[in-house]
Design a protein. Structure first.
Length: 141
């Protein structure tokens, strides 16, 4: 008789397994949305940091050459028509970084929105230009 009781108690019952699955589901439902929100916030902060780094590289280019780069690629590859000596590359990477969503940063010099002389921005999470989630080097109104 004692052997039969031990045999019955060896595994988990279906009810016990379902109880654990329900608890895990409840925990994921509570914690999951918080983690997703933090991921988007981290992407925005990373994109802002990348934008500031590009701004610094653009300013350094302008100080050395007396003009803003025509394109962001001028920060890596020496333009042919500079009057002064190019002192680049102004970015250590071999490629211009993209924003946290894999999109290229947009650049315009002279800029329309910024007193610094150039506009630099990311289209943000929605990947569409001129929307509320754009991240730019000027204040949007």
């Amino acid at each position: 008789m004692t052997l039969r009781r031990k045999d019955r108690r060896r595994g988990f019952t279906f009810l016990e397994i379902m109880f654990v699955v329900v608890i895990i589901g409840i925990l994921l439902a509570l914690v999951g949305p918080r983690l997703v929100g933090r991921t988007e916030r981290a992407r925005e902060q990373t994109t802002r940091a990348q934008l500031r780094n590009l701004e610094t590289a653009i300013r350094n280019f302008e100080m050395d050459n007396g003009t803003f780069p025509r394109t962001l690629q001028d920060l890596i590859d020496e333009p042919n028509d500079l009057e002064r000596s190019w002192d680049g590359p102004y970015i250590e990477a071999d490629v211009i970084p993209t924003d946290s969503w894999g999109e290229d940063f947009l650049y315009k010099a002279p800029g329309d929105n910024n007193r610094r002389g150039f506009d630099l921005w990311s289209k943000g999470a929605d990947r569409q230009d001129n929307t509320e989630d754009d991240i730019a080097n000027w204040t949007r109104r």
